[in-house]
Design a protein around this ligand. Structure first.
Ligand code: BGC
Length: 424
């Protein structure tokens, strides 16, 4: 109930913000303007978004920003729902996986198929992304990037100081966190928000049960896997790792947790590679200032999400701006320039990795390998494992466990199975 009230309040706030910025103003102004709802409000995210604004400005299109802060996009999606219900469609909205399909099914998305044909998206966008950007044969969204969540982001100076080395197993990671603790550094930088906790838990589940287990439990929603001892052990491991946070972690935004690692106040953050966008914005370099390792036990696979610009069925006079946005988003030059800044990797398979740093190059190579080997899995926390109702149920159970409202791993498993069943 508390969550519902918070989200509703945020939606109301967002809407009053829209009224103030005049989103619903005259058609004459709107036809040369892209109205974009998104949750890219951190330093690294804003820098990446600027690349797009500048590209569109070169084409003569203006930008009407509709930002709704809150990593993972829960608040943004509540605001979007209210806008769409009011018939007030943005040109496009940042969206994750199953959410795109939900809106497409509701019949409110536009049709970018003509642009897609002209630009050859069928050939350049990987099938894993087309599954979420094409609905009933029509392109309804433009994929912007591919992020992955199974990473560790480590402060190099702290790592050197404690004599740490890359953890290969979950137990190694715990031993590394112990070393940081002994040296008086906060071992784990975490923000106690449900989406951050669940994003970390995605990696823990694969690390605990292996790639096949992750897929069966979190992509296929196989009941036997969800209620298995391996899932229980995954919660045990979650309980072990959250002991290493600092006392102020509750409610902390993800980018503030990243800042702790950047400043050397904490050793490591487990987070999607949008965290790298913050290192880049702070002018930090991989291997010199920070290290990017795959979460131990997940090397060789990629737990992904992809930001998509869901394209709404806007009136005819706003379509030119939408087509310009879609074309710019999937151009090869934008895919390189944007993703270098954002921390993600291109949503096309034909973009050279030349401009990317070492972590970006690894991200691109890992994605290609995972795609070929069949170890590319959707992140349940990030909207690519199951529809939003199930993902929300998952985030809720993980968070209750982290914050002590669910006391044991047995109870967590029981509640997870129940909550997912109720949401199916
Ligand atoms: C999005 C990223 C974003 C992150 C934190 C994720 O859901 O995919 O683009 O940077 O949330 O805001």
């Amino acid at each position: 109930m508390r969550k519902l009230m918070t989200s509703t309040a945020m939606a109301a706030l967002a809407l009053s913000g829209l009224a103030m910025t005049g989103l619903t103003t005259t058609a004459a102004a709107a036809d040369k303007e892209v109205q974009m709802l998104h949750w890219w409000t951190s330093g690294g995210e804003a820098a990446a978004l600027n690349v797009l604004k500048q590209d569109l400005a070169k084409e003569g299109f203006g930008w009407k920003d509709v930002p709704v802060a809150g990593g993972g996009g829960d608040a943004a999606m509540t605001a979007l729902k209210a806008m769409v219900a009011a018939g007030n469609y943005p040109t496009a909205s940042q969206m994750l996986g199953y959410t795109v399909l939900d809106y497409a099914q509701a019949g409110v998305m536009g049709d970018l198929t003509e642009t897609a044909k002209k630009e050859g998206w069928d050939k350049s966008v990987p099938a894993a992304l087309q599954k979420f950007s094409v609905y009933e044969g029509k392109w309804v969204a433009a994929p912007v990037n591919v992020h992955s969540v199974n990473w560790l982001w480590i402060n190099k100076a702290v790592m050197d100081k404690i004599g740490g080395k890359q953890p290969k197993t979950f137990d190694d990671l715990i031993a590394l966190l112990d070393k940081a603790k002994a040296a008086g550094v906060t071992p784990l930088a975490l923000g106690g928000q449900s989406w951050q906790e669940a994003t970390m838990f995605d990696s823990i589940v694969e690390s605990t049960g292996g790639p096949e287990f992750y897929k069966k439990a979190f992509n296929d929603l196989d009941e036997a896997s969800l209620k298995s001892d391996t899932m229980k052990k995954s919660f045990d491991n979650l309980a072990r790792i959250v002991k290493y946070v600092d006392p102020n972690y509750s409610g902390r935004d993800w980018n503030l947790a990243t800042a702790m690692v950047i400043k050397g106040e904490a050793l490591v953050q487990v987070m999607g590679d949008w965290a790298k966008g913050e290192f880049v914005a702070a002018k930090k370099k991989p291997d010199t200032d920070f290290l990017c390792y795959r979460f131990p036990g997940t090397e060789g696979s990629v737990i992904y999400n992809s930001d998509m610009f869901g394209m709404f069925n806007v009136p005819a006079d706003r379509k030119a701006a939408q087509v310009a946005l879609a074309t710019a988003t999937l151009s090869k030059s934008f895919q390189s320039a944007f993703n270098v800044v954002k921390g993600s990797v291109p949503a096309r398979t034909d973009v050279p990795d030349t401009a990317f740093d070492a972590c970006g190059k690894k991200g691109i190579a890992d994605l290609k390998a995972a795609n070929e080997k069949g170890t590319l899995f959707g992140s349940l926390a990030q909207g690519y494992g199951a529809p939003p109702a199930i993902a929300n149920a998952y985030k809720d159970v993980v968070s209750k466990f982290v914050h002590g409202q669910i006391k044991t791993s047995e109870e967590a498993v029981t509640q997870l199975v129940q909550a997912i069943d109720d949401a199916r």
